[in-house]
Design a protein around this ligand. Structure first.
Ligand code: A2P
Length: 341
């Protein structure tokens, strides 16, 4: 039996933070003491962990005394301010925000793809958890890249509202209820109604005409796979789905891969499940991906418009593999290989 650890979850009352607590419990992470942290708004709230109710504490500079691992999911500005404070207090931070992802000194990790980069946590005491859409994409791309070298990836996403946080889940539910009752729906989170609509707008627009979310998919993919010659272009779209991001991928490889070969490769790839039997109406869907940890891939078919092209459809639970599960998997490797007691 190994030792146990003091683990803080920053943003424990949020959509991802709640999943982090659930993942720690489900995966039997050896937690000695759980420290759930949030804002003053959550004073008096409790989180349930291993059958016990634990009071949520207000995040302060002193919150990290004795904390060995700190999982952050309370937004970029909190990570920027408190990540280094937690690291200076001796914790290893696994940060789900975009604050540190492209910092060259900070590892950006998907355990199925680049687990060795976790060792670079010693640089700054921080490991970055990638963007949800990037995680599920690279889990599928890496084994195909190893087999046939990726030249170019064109991705279009269909992203669930839970990626924006609990307030967006509530907004979609409230808008649907209002519309079905013939009332005017309220909009606070998105600039347009999300119920029965699609918004080609995730995160802020940049000067180059792309959104920040789209550029995250480009830059993070190259960093995680460790190859900046892979060309990536993305269109990211918010759709009225609660949980589970979907992605249409078009890839071009150096060596030709048949759909059969791609299916064989993906069938044994870690963290991936092939769901690809169109004649039986079997293909990945958010409804099936939600609540579990695998990345589902299907609709694997040749792109006849180019020489070495494939089309694929990839779906995963954005709060789990896209965020909480990936962070807890990183923490598992951290304690197994680097912080062993
Ligand atoms: P709180 O519930 O107290 O506002 P989501 O992504 O679902 O919107 O959740 C964001 C998480 O980040 C919540 O747990 C939220 O806590 C937390 N959070 C937001 N701002 C702060 C802050 N200033 N200090 C600590 N936690 C914060």
């Amino acid at each position: 039996m190994g030792g146990t650890y003091t683990v803080a979850v920053v943003g424990a009352t949020g959509a991802v933070g709640q999943q982090m607590v659930a993942c720690l419990e489900e995966r039997r992470f050896p937690v000695h003491r759980l420290v759930p942290l949030a804002s003053e708004r959550s004073m008096g709230k409790k989180v349930t962990f291993m059958g016990k109710e634990i009071p949520v504490e207000v995040l302060t500079k002193d919150s990290f005394d004795g904390v060995e691992i700190a999982l952050f999911s309370a937004g970029g500005s909190i990570s920027k301010e408190y990540g280094p404070i937690a690291a200076a207090a001796g914790a290893v931070v696994v940060d789900n925000s975009s604050a540190w992802r492209m910092d060259p000194e900070i590892p950006l990790v998907v355990p199925e793809v680049n687990p060795k980069d976790i060792g670079l946590y010693t640089n700054r005491g921080i490991i970055a958890n990638p963007n949800c859409s990037t995680i599920q994409m690279v889990v599928v791309l890496k084994p195909l890249h190893d087999a046939a070298r990726l030249r170019r990836v064109v991705v279009s996403t269909y992203q669930a509202v839970s990626g924006t946080g609990q307030k967006a889940v509530d907004e979609l539910a409230n808008q649907v209820r209002a519309l079905l009752a013939c009332q005017e729906p309220e909009k606070k989170v998105y600039p347009h109604r999300i119920a029965f609509n699609c918004l080609p707008h995730i995160d802020v627009f940049l000067e180059n005409g792309y959104t920040k979310e789209e550029m995250k998919m480009v830059n993070e993919t190259q960093k995680i796979i460790g190859d900046d010659t892979i060309r990536v272009t993305a269109t990211t779209v918010r759709v009225p789905v609660f949980y589970g991001h979907s992605e249409a991928l078009n890839i071009e490889t150096e060596r030709k891969l048949t759909p059969y070969e791609a299916r064989q490769i993906l069938a044994t790839a870690p963290g991936v499940k092939v769901v690809d039997d169109p004649l039986k109406n079997q293909y990945p869907m958010p409804l099936d991906a939600a609540g579990q940890d695998l990345t589902l891939v299907g609709r694997i078919r040749e792109d006849f418009s180019i020489e070495n092209g494939l089309n694929l459809w990839v779906v995963a639970d954005n709060l789990r593999k896209g965020a909480a599960t990936n962070a807890v998997q990183i923490a598992e490797i951290l304690i197994r290989d680097y912080l062993r007691k």
